[in-house]
Design a binder for this molecule. Structure first.
Ligand code: BEZ
Length: 255
């Protein structure tokens, strides 16, 4: 891999389990995998939803760009198939009935290249069920706190690495990649970040790439300052609650 692997699988599982736990109904209610179907789980992380898909009797392949994530997924689920691939260079051609992706596509800039590869991977009539951060509002208060901290500390602005499309933007991307959109749903999902240090844990886990240009001391100062700035909006008196906005889509590849 040429890109730095910023992921820490242990931290992800111990502090961010809500990412897969909150999306179990994306498997059952949107993907609805069938016995014998070949399913690609794109951005599978540590594999919990890959395993849920496999319980249906589908033949599932979990893919992630992070070697750390795939190593953990494979050791948790030794009977399932996991592969390391960059989502922008998927090596598959007309070999899946369905592609599934949870909380991964917002990391995959530019998304048009990824959706072209997903479309190639599917058979004609195959489907894509996905959830990602949506609209300009996803984790807006978190982002504003970090941006404010950088400015207050006299540090240069850093561009966050994510893409959070609106429903119209995602629909256009899907249609350009040859899909017909069947369902699209944008909704708020305020998400509890467990522990008194939940905000810092979220930023350390998910913001490591974003804050990577900073030195260690600068990064610690930004996280501490951002936590103070975020507290009035995201600390509810007993827990940190991040302002998640989800965008789900079910789309079918044209024949
Ligand atoms: C999200 O799931 O919305 C998300 C996760 C990590 C960073 C940014 C957004």
């Amino acid at each position: 891999m040429t890109q730095t692997d910023h992921w820490n699988a242990n931290h992800y599982q111990s502090r961010h389990a809500f990412v897969f736990e909150a999306s179990r109904d994306l498997v059952s209610g949107w993907l609805s995998p069938q016995p014998g179907e070949r399913v690609l789980d794109l951005g599978c992380g540590t594999g919990e939803l890959t395993a849920q898909i496999a319980e249906s009797g589908a033949a599932v392949t979990g893919v992630d760009a992070s070697g750390q994530m795939i190593a953990t997924a494979q050791s948790q689920y030794p009977n399932l198939t996991f592969e390391i691939h960059d989502a922008h260079a998927l090596p598959y051609s007309a070999q899946f009935e369905a592609v599934f992706s949870n909380a991964a596509m917002h990391w995959m800039k530019p998304l048009d290249t990824v959706l072209a590869g997903v479309s190639r991977a599917l058979i004609p009539g195959g489907r894509l069920a996905l959830e990602m951060g949506g609209s300009r509002d996803n984790v807006f208060a978190v982002r504003e706190a970090v941006e404010g901290a950088l400015a207050e500390l006299g540090l240069p602005a850093l561009v966050h690495p994510w893409i959070f499309p609106s429903p119209a933007e995602l629909a256009a991307l899907l249609e350009n990649a040859g899909f017909t959109v069947e369902r699209l749903h944008l909704f708020k999902r305020p998400s509890t970040l467990s522990g008194e240090d939940g905000f810092r844990a979220w930023l350390s886990g998910f913001g490591s790439g974003w804050l990577a240009p900073l030195g260690e001391e600068e990064r610690a100062a930004v996280i501490a300052r951002a936590e103070k700035l975020a507290r009035p909006r995201l600390w509810n008196g007993s827990a940190w609650v991040a302002d998640y906005v989800r965008l789900r889509a079910l789309a079918v590849k044209g024949s």
